[in-house]
Ligand binder design. Structure first.
Ligand code: SAM
Length: 471
């Protein structure tokens, strides 16, 4: 039944194949010879399949885990350098017709204040986000064909892209909305979205149906096959994710990789990003009622493994995680983080936000300036770059360049230039001082003379106030 090339969810995420994989992993978790050969294969930086990956996940031999962490760190450095891409979520509407039992937006929750931003309110929210320095947003909405139809989402994207406040601009809008039709994905593509993100929540069909008892999201196949429809609709960059805590993490991990293998097998390009959210406390949601929560060490191991198994896929971590956890997993492979996030509709503008409308509690409550400062102190370059998608480097074009190690030649200088813009336009004095030093040192390290020269010229222009580059 298992067939990675099939377009049927139950065949590319075949339940029996997941169970067989977990059994194989359990049987081999102390098979040092096999584990060594898998680690050797991983060192080739071409990834691992779900069976190999599951053996490493099951393995508890401390030296092997150390080796895995060291490799994850090295792969992260080789492919992503010390750049961390910054973004913020923007909640458009919390109207929702689904019954997801872990999400406070569920239809039966009468306590939560329902709110849908008007286009004027979106202008206020986006202006506030621009004033922090954000250039990249992920828009979020509940599923509600009457309140949040695709036309509303499209109009909102259009509004977001049109807002130019001082030196601000949102240059990339990623979209996290419910599974939809090929036709709607085509419309999103035409609206100029970056990545289409949809979390699977859980790959375990039986649990999925129990956790989504009512509403259109109940349909496991429709949800699981969404990325194929998105790609059919012309969206090159799709972002996968599992909500850890709902089901057994070993099951989710094997299935997540099977999903990535399926996209690669059918569309010739794997997921652009993988998100690793963990379930959080929220209005009328107690995360402790879900028995599959994972501790911080297991979470770190999962992040390291994702880095090693799909080296070409960006990894996203949100403010659901604390500063301490973020610090640990950024080193192991995370390439994108959110900063200063608000998970309520109108969260960035006091007069819009109703009380009690948050989707979940945020652990990392720092401002964007504080997050940027913290990253730079650890030696990372916070990047506000959006050039790839603006230059058409998406889907397999992006992947081909990344696989050839070429992406570094544009990402690194672009990261420095967008950081420079941030420092000039939005940073506190302290943050600017650290940033200027970091940019100077990093500029020196650009290996190609020509690239270094162009970067230096552009940095100078940014300092003079010129902002019309396509980052
Ligand atoms: N409504 C869209 C859908 O159905 O896919 C997605 C938007 S929703 C705002 C974004 C994600 O938040 C969900 O996919 C879910 O994984 C996550 N989420 C929901 N409740 C959560 C909770 N209590 N803690 C952490 N994450 C949660």
């Amino acid at each position: 039944m298992y067939n990675p090339k099939s377009l049927k969810a139950e065949e590319f995420i075949d339940h029996q194949e997941v169970l067989d994989t977990l059994e194989y992993a359990e049987q081999n978790k102390n098979n040092v010879e096999l584990i060594d050969s898998i680690i050797e294969k991983a060192k080739l930086r071409k990834g691992l399949d779900h069976r190999e990956a599951s053996v490493l996940l099951a393995c508890e031999i401390p030296e092997k885990i150390e080796e895995l962490y060291a490799l994850a760190e090295q792969i992260k450095k080789d492919f992503y350098g010390n750049r961390i891409v910054m973004f913020a979520p923007l909640y458009l509407s919390n109207y929702c017709v689904n019954g997801c039992v872990y999400c406070p937006y569920h239809l039966k929750n009468k306590k939560i204040a329902r709110k849908k931003l008007t286009q004027e309110e979106i202008v206020k929210e986006v202006t506030a986000l621009q004033d922090m320095g954000h250039k990249r947003l992920a828009i979020e909405a509940g599923e509600d064909p009457v309140n949040n139809p695709i036309e509303y989402i499209l109009e909102s994207i259009n509004t977001i892209y049109s807002i130019k406040h001082k030196n601000g601009a949102i240059r990339r809008v990623n979209v996290n909305i419910a599974a939809t039709t090929v036709e709607n994905y085509r419309k999103l593509k035409e609206a100029g979205i970056g990545t289409y993100i949809l979390f699977q929540e859980t790959y375990h069909k039986e649990s999925y149906e129990k956790l989504h008892p009512t509403g259109p999201k109940h349909d496991y196949a429709y949800h699981t096959e969404a990325m194929d429809r998105a790609m059919e609709g012309g969206i090159d960059d799709v972002g996968l994710g599992v909500l850890f805590g709902l089901e057994l993490y070993k099951y989710e991990f094997a299935a997540l990789l099977m999903h990535a293998e399926h996209l690669e097998a059918v569309h010739g390009v794997g997921p652009h990003t993988i998100s690793v959210p963990r379930i959080k406390r929220a209005d009328d949601i107690d995360p402790d009622v879900f028995d599959n929560g994972i501790d911080d060490d297991t979470f770190a191991k999962l992040c390291a493994l994702i880095r090693v198994c799909v080296p070409y896929t960006g990894m996203i971590i949100s403010t659901r995680e604390s500063q301490a956890v973020r610090e640990k997993v950024i080193r192991l492979g995370v390439s994108q983080i959110s900063g200063a996030s608000r998970t309520s509709v109108g969260g960035y503008t006091e007069e819009i936000r109703p009380t009690d409308s948050e989707q979940f509690d945020v652990s990392d409550q720092r401002t964007l300036d504080e997050v940027v400062h913290w990253l730079m102190e650890m030696g990372y370059i916070p990047s506000f770059c959006t050039a790839c998608y603006r230059e058409g480097r998406t889907g397999d074009r992006f992947m081909t360049l990344l696989k050839a190690g070429e992406i570094q030649n544009c990402c690194h200088p672009n990261a420095l230039m967008t950081l420079k813009e941030y420092l000039m336009d939005y940073a506190s004095e302290d943050t600017r001082a650290i940033g200027e030093k970091l940019i100077e040192a990093e500029l020196e390290n650009i290996p190609r003379e020509k690239v270094k020269q162009i970067a230096a010229e552009r940095l100078k222009k940014i300092e003079e106030g010129i902002r019309d580059f396509r980052f």
